[in-house]
Design a protein around this ligand. Structure first.
Ligand code: AMP
Ligand code: GLY
Length: 423
């Protein structure tokens, strides 16, 4: 079958890498893709939200499966667009309906869903500019640190954690009255601070059945020791060593099952990934967020561990037969280390030549912000490429990634050298 991947990051390169392994994969297209996907599939220069152009491509190339990488087209309703079109409605779309995507598109909606289905999460209240004073009064009833979340999509920047009450009140005002994050902060969720260690769990569901994919831990801050600005993610480790059997059972029973059952009870059409961000508070998991897609760079550590035929898995999602699937995992640990352009996550250059990718041994390079220019692979984003390796434990795997990163060069390349420091 011919397949289209929507997106252009390391996550999408990893999907492409796994899909082309399958005998069932015919022509593979990526819209818009990057230099990494160009080497194994056909890139098509279409924006991820240009549904009409995507439709033209799908019909022209006889594509029967569409795998949606990022949240933006999902929140914009790409799955519903396919469902409602007589020519597209039979096509398998991996990605939830617009309503399902609201679990990521609105923090308040996600909180209401969790409360309704008794899924453990931080206590909260939400406020708008009309209730700003009530919001400030609510902050006064809490202890520091204060957690403020813009309700809508804010490219990973919409969560503020503040130690000072006055500062928290000022930020609340900036978000609600001064639109600090635009429309996304027209509503703000104020949440109880959860103290513990973070991990993520990934679920693939067909709306009725699900499989739980390996856990991962992401390193979000730019600086060593988790300091400095937030990024899209500087690396990931899978599995997370502290997520033992007993803890995974709690996650399954208290969080994954009620989530999938809740979607079904609420008649929410959901065929795709659920990425559940968790904090382990003492011995219990609590949800801090839902994402309606795979994580990036978590995908680059999680998917290489999945030995199943990915086309086959996705076909089972389309047919709602995931109950027939047995997950086959590589028991080793996988890590991925992200290299970024100097200056990221603030201003950085693009167009710098990348060399050495072909000299990498015993690791997999997944490209993110790259493109082809005059026959060279050049940088085209803040997060440039990530190096995935396997090992008996994360230290062993990291050594291999770090050794290979030394062979890759581009101007002002930066990466964190301390992944796993907190484990
Ligand atoms: P999010 O964008 O929802 O992933 O939030 C960004 C980061 O803020 C998370 O990765 C956590 O580190 C932190 N965070 C979010 N909610 C809470 C909370 N209730 N308590 C403590 N930390 C949180
Ligand atoms: N790495 C975090 C995310 O994909 O949202």
């Amino acid at each position: 079958m011919n397949i289209l991947i929507v997106g252009s990051g390391g996550r999408e390169h990893t999907f492409a890498y796994k899909l082309v392994e399958s005998k069932q994969c015919g022509n593979l297209f990526v819209a818009p893709g990057n230099a990494g996907t160009a080497a194994i599939a056909t890139n098509v220069d279409i924006e991820v939200t240009d549904f009409e152009k995507i439709k033209e491509l799908v019909l022209a190339e006889n594509i029967t499966m569409v795998v949606v990488g990022p949240e933006v087209p999902l929140v914009a309703g790409i799955s519903d667009f396919f469902k409602k079109d007589v020519h597209l409605k039979e096509i398998t779309v991996i990605g939830p309906s617009q309503e399902g995507a609201t679990l990521e598109g609105s923090k308040e909606y996600a909180k209401e869903f969790m409360v309704k289905h008794s899924i453990p999460t931080a206590a909260y209240e939400s406020f708008t500019s009309d209730t700003l004073e009530k919001g400030k009064a609510f902050l006064e009833t809490l202890n520091a640190p204060y957690v403020l979340k813009a309700d809508g999509l804010a490219a990973g920047k919409g969560v503020l954690i503040l130690n000072d009450l006055e500062e928290a009140k000022q930020e609340l005002e900036d978000m609600l009255a001064n639109q600090k994050f635009g429309e996304a902060s027209a509503k703000v969720v104020i949440e109880e601070f959860l103290d513990g260690i973070e991990l993520s769990v990934f679920v693939l569901t067909d709306g009725k059945n699900y499989i739980t994919l390996p856990t991962a831990k992401d390193y979000k801050r730019i600086g060593e020791g988790d300091t400095g600005l937030n990024t899209g993610g500087m690396g990931a480790i899978s599995p997370v060593p502290f997520a033992d059997k007993a803890f995974m059972e709690k996650i399954e029973n208290q969080i994954v099952k009620p989530t999938v059952n809740g979607l079904s009870k609420d008649n929410i059409d959901y065929k795709g990934f659920i990425f559940i961000g968790l904090i382990k508070v003492e011995d219990d998991p609590k949800v801090i967020e839902y994402n309606v897609r795979m994580g990036d760079p978590e995908t680059e550590a999680v998917l290489p561990r999945v030995k199943n035929d990915l086309v086959d898995l996705f076909k089972h999602v389309g047919n709602q037969t995931l109950n027939e699937v047995k997950l086959d995992l590589d028991p080793r640990t996988a890590v991925t280390v992200m290299t970024v352009a100097g200056g990221y996550p603030e201003a950085y250059d693009k167009g710098d030549i990348i060399t050495g990718i072909e000299t990498v041994e015993s690791s997999i390079v997944f490209q993110a912000g790259t493109t082809l220019k005059d026959g060279n692979i050049v940088t085209n984003g803040g997060r440039v490429l990530t190096v995935t390796s396997f090992g008996e434990n994360f230290d062993e795997a990291l050594k291999i990634s770090y050794k290979n990163i030394e062979k890759i060069k581009f101007k002002d390349m930066y990466f964190r050298t301390d992944l796993g420091f907190d484990l």
